[in-house]
Design a protein around this ligand. Sequence first.
Ligand SMILES: [Zn+2]
Length: 134
Amino acid sequence: MEPTPMICLTCKTPMRGREDKKYCSDQCRATANNHNRKNTEKEIIATNKALRKNRKILKTLCPVGKSTVRRTVLETMGYNFAIFSSLYYPNSANLYYFCYDYGFSPIVQKGVEKALIITRQNYVGKWEPWKFIK
Ligand SMILES: [Zn+2]
């Protein structure tokens, strides 16, 4: 039976050897590892950038203490609801999404979706992820 032809994942050169072989040389392996590292790094940088942007928006809208704004204001300013650095769940009515030291809790007032923005209090940030599994 003819063995399946293998090609290097980096340079696409046909190669021989073990069936699980991925690269023709140490250089091609190193090139691939560097590429993967760069992609991971890009993702981290993009997430950090979004976190900073979210924080800046919250800080702008909440210069002191706390404030309430419409959801649409956050959206207009480019807030990314999928990105946050920590959660705070002081009671069953409020779940806060934090971006570093600023956070908001989604609320509804007279049918209007709003965000209650606060700065981080000195609480012990203990979080229990398994509590939400049903
Ligand atoms: Zn190669």
